[in-house]
Design a protein around this ligand. Structure first.
Ligand code: PLP
Length: 370
């Protein structure tokens, strides 16, 4: 099996798994208890928060653990807006993940005003007019086509207009250097399973927690902002995976850009006609390809038959036969959009695997029998 769908999820890192196991077995003490048996859980929780904070240049108190990226996004968008009046105006891009777009739609149904910013053919937001906006939420890296937005510049614009700024950095954290202090973002969402951590755990960075309403009320966990007994094992796994990715970030980036080049060169040499979607400035390893007059889903199935896992678009949308909102937003014509697959390479992919992916695509196109 060749796994090339790392934007959907990644393999759990072996060191992360090993670090998690004691907290699933013998060290099961509730981190909120003060007796000595819980000391190791408490210590691990504290250290994981410190590790994660240091990876993005935050302070530990600015890191709030959540169950996933979707929760982090919902918490900020719905939470902050609902804690203000319905006059609050929100701006987002039209290529966000549904974890941002659907909370925005939900707020619209409650009477809030949401402005959807358009993007150019590379997927970069064209015009950041944020006058009158109270909260802007713009993704760091797009999950379908990999395009990066100029987050620091947009955040400056948002602040100049008096708006709070959130970025959904689920695809970027662990893959690109992120310095929240330098970016000056107010909120940032992340999810462990996108950077070789476990599923079902994520975090929200909040510059000032005073801007954030509590998400769940109950015990005093997460500084009183998100009640519920902490998932210590997963939090520990997330911290180990993130630190490991950041310790090797330059090596991983170089490896992934090298693999991308091999893939594109091989396809060109194989006389396959395609468009590569997204910007030059993209998340390492994300290769979105559109083939004219082809069926992306059929291509995905043929590759699956060859033992290769790729996506037809966003994994969360993979049962949806409609052209994705992202491909529509970049203005891709229907004859290309319908034949789109996303190959998202990860640090564990090899040159040999990428050659096999290219060979299989070329073979499928030569046979044209699917
Ligand atoms: N935001 C982006 C950009 C994503 O790619 C995803 C997942 O694909 C999410 C949010 C949701 O993250 P999670 O699966 O952790 O809820």
């Amino acid at each position: 099996m060749i796994y090339a769908d790392n934007a959907a999820t990644t393999k759990l890192d072996e060191d992360a798994l090993n670090a998690m196991l004691p907290f699933l077995r013998e060290n099961y003490g509730n981190a909120s208890q003060s007796y000595s048996f819980s000391r190791s859980s408490r210590k691990a929780l504290k250290e994981a928060r410190e590790t994660i904070a240091s990876c993005i240049n935050a302070t530990p108190e600015q890191i709030l653990f959540t169950s996933c990226g979707t929760e982090s996004d919902n918490w900020v968008i719905k939470g902050v807006a609902l804690s203000k009046s319905v006059d609050w105006k929100i701006a987002t891009s039209c290529i966000e993940h549904h974890a941002v777009l659907r909370p925005c739609k939900w707020l619209e149904n409650k009477g809030y005003n949401v402005k959807y910013l358009s993007v150019d053919s590379d997927g970069v937001v064209e015009d950041y007019s944020l006058d009158g906006i109270n909260l802007a939420s713009i993704m760091f890296a797009n999950n379908e086509i990999g395009t990066l937005q100029p987050i620091k510049r947009v955040c400056e614009k948002a602040h100049a207009s008096g708006a709070l700024f959130h970025t959904d950095a689920v695809q970027a954290v662990g893959h690109l250097e992120i310095d929240v202090h330098d970016l000056d973002v107010d909120f940032l969402s992340a999810s462990a399973h996108k950077f070789n951590g476990p599923k079902g755990i994520g975090f929200l960075y909040a510059k000032k927690t005073s801007e954030l309403p509590s998400f769940m009320n109950g015990g005093g966990q997460e500084f009183g902002f998100r009640a519920g007994t902490e998932n210590v094992a997963s939090i520990v796994g997330m911290a180990v995976a993130l630190k490991k990715n950041y310790d090797q970030i330059e090596k991983n980036k170089k490896h992934l850009f090298h693999l991308e080049n091999i893939l594109i060169t091989q396809l060109n040499q194989g006389d396959v006609e395609f468009i590569r979607n997204g910007s030059q400035n993209h998340i390492p390893g994300n290769v979105s390809l559109s083939f004219k007059n082809q069926d992306g889903e059929a291509l995905q199935h043929r590759l699956d038959f060859e033992g290769i896992c790729v996506s037809t678009g966003s994994a969360c949308d993979s049962r949806n036969v409609q052209i994705s909102h992202v491909l529509k937003a970049i203005g891709l014509s229907k004859d290309f959009a319908e034949g789109t697959i996303r190959i998202s390479l990860g640090k564990e992919n090899t040159e040999l695997e990428v050659n096999q992916i290219a060979d299989s695509i070329i073979k499928i196109f030569k046979s044209q029998s699917y």
